[in-house]
Design a protein. Structure first.
Length: 123
């Protein structure tokens, strides 16, 4: 495993190409200054190991692209993930924040019936 971020840059042709495309303004309509702060910060990205993690990220993205290419497989995975996400729902999270952090109480509200909605729209 390389010990310096620049070792990843020189040792990984794909990473090298991506950085050079950024440096040359390929993704910014020729603006070579737009991504300069990003590029200049990569060698000293501190504890984030951005360049060290590049290959794992790229490999995972290829797996995602492959899975997305199989519509049936992607649909099964999506349904599975959605059906198992109940305990991570935003409603539960917001309720928990209200109770434990904000100390806010729910405000009762009356939902309009379909008939009420029709009357409101017509008027």
């Amino acid at each position: 495993m390389p010990s310096r971020p620049t070792d990843y840059y020189h040792g990984n042709p794909e990473l090298h190409e991506v950085i050079e495309l950024l440096r040359g303004g390929f993704f910014s309509r020729g603006d070579t200054e737009l991504d300069r702060p990003l590029i200049d910060g990569l060698p000293g990205a501190g504890p984030y190991l951005v360049m060290a993690d590049y290959q794992a990220y790229a490999d995972c993205q290829r797996q995602v692209s492959q899975a997305y290419g199989d519509a049936g497989h992607w649909a099964r995975m999506s349904i599975h993930n959605t059906s198992h996400s109940g305990k991570f729902s935003s409603d539960r999270s917001i309720r928990q924040y209200c109770d434990t952090i904000w100390k806010a109480r729910p405000v009762p509200s009356r939902l309009m019936s379909q008939a009420d909605v029709r009357v409101e729209v017509i008027q």
